[in-house]
Ligand binder design. Structure first.
Ligand SMILES: [Fe+2]
Ligand SMILES: [Fe+2]
Length: 379
């Protein structure tokens, strides 16, 4: 089935063409890789996984309750706009499906953007160690896009087109001819924000399939952010003040764009609600305000770490109320992301052993039954 049949708002049938800028760079030096980058490249190769095998796609998902989150997490809950939903479970379920669909659709489009940006980095970055690493990331992002697309098509059954703010930032990121801009726009801003959003949903949902998907994707994203930090930290230390200030302006503008990205305007509009009132409600929703500030937990310490910490950047973060996030320990967060993914694998292995034991007990009692035939509840 064409994905276009699942878009709740029609998406462009034509491709979105962003003009290529800058040079494709070759290097003839094959031997001077930086150890840290080569170690990250090795890790990228070692940690590839296949969603066809690693994710339990046979787990059922209820499209009306995809993440199993309480209604209080819907940012218009309790406002005037919520009145038409009160006591109408069908309408609440429908809104919930649209909100989850919007969220995962943005993850999907963002992953396609990440794949294209990492491929661009392979072309444009001068050093071979970075080219090698970005090539593994291109493959990672392809696997992420594949995974989110399958989840949306098979389990959610509904897609939203790309959000205009995300599209604008991708456009700015890709049309800039300076080779560090795809890193900064994609690796630091878009990925940083996505990573925080994945993490919040991963930790809040008790639904096993989205939890697996988010945890496994996050395991890879930790490497991507590390790559952006390493490459940019070295490079930005060499820039002039003016050049650094240009990057800082890009960061400030990008962060405001990203903050506005998560107000879900298209959903309110598509559901026939008063968009302006909903946007206002979102702005004042305590849940959303908390969510929004947590979204910056990965970006702010990273921006500080790579040396883009001039007064304009600090002022913008103070204005957004996220300046304190500069103290977040990114390395500890990323270690935790890896541990969570590995713990999920361990849990699945343990369940498989238990399933096998049950099957053996049944077979010893004379009833033939394979592991696959066991009811889902046994798992
Ligand atoms: Fe990704
Ligand atoms: Fe990524």
């Amino acid at each position: 089935m064409s994905t276009h049949e699942l878009y709740t708002i029609p998406a462009e049938h034509a491709t979105w063409d962003v003009e290529m800028q800058g040079a494709s760079r070759f290097t003839w030096e094959y031997d001077d890789g930086r150890d840290r980058l080569l170690a990250l490249y090795q890790k990228g190769k070692d940690k590839q996984w296949d969603s066809v095998h690693r994710i339990d796609w046979d787990i059922e998902v209820d499209p009306s309750d995809i993440l199993g989150l309480p209604v209080e997490t819907i940012s218009i809950y309790g406002t005037d706009q919520w009145k038409r939903f009160e006591g109408d479970q069908k309408a609440i379920d429908e809104l919930g499906q649209h909100l989850a669909s919007w969220q995962f659709s943005q993850f999907l489009h963002g992953e396609q953007g990440a794949m294209i940006c990492s491929a661009r980095i392979v072309e444009s970055v001068p050093d071979l160690d970075s080219k090698f690493y970005a090539a593994t990331q291109t493959m990672d992002e392809a696997r992420h896009a594949e995974t989110y697309a399958r989840f949306l098509q098979e389990k959610v059954g509904l897609l939203y087109p790309i959000n205009p703010h995300l599209k604008a930032l991708l456009d700015d990121t890709l049309t800039d001819s300076r080779w560090d801009m795809p890193y900064l726009g994609m690796q630091v801003l878009i990925e940083g924000l996505a990573l925080a959003a994945f993490g919040l949903l991963r930790d809040m949902t008790a639904k096993p399939l989205p939890k697996q998907i988010l945890a496994y994707v996050m395991q890879d994203e930790a490497r991507h952010v590390a790559f952006g930090r390493m490459a940019l930290k070295d490079y930005y230390a060499e820039l002039t003040t003016k050049e650094r200030e240009e990057r800082e302006e890009f960061v400030v503008e990008g962060c405001y764009l990203m903050r506005d990205r998560f107000r879900m305007q298209e959903v309110w509009d598509n559901m026939g609600l008063d968009v302006e009132a909903c946007m206002e409600a979102v702005k004042h929703s305590p849940y959303f305000t908390l969510y929004q500030s947590l979204l910056f937990s990965r970006i702010v310490p990273c921006v500080k770490d790579i040396g883009l910490w001039g007064p304009k950047v600090q002022q913008a973060y103070a204005d957004m109320g996220v300046l304190d996030m500069a103290g977040v320990d990114l390395a500890a967060l990323m270690k935790q992301d890896e541990d969570i993914a590995e713990a999920l694998d361990a849990e699945k292995r343990e369940l498989l052993v238990r399933k096998q034991q049950v099957a053996e007990t049944i077979s010893a009692s004379g009833t033939e039954m394979s592991v696959e035939e066991l009811p889902a509840g046994m798992a």
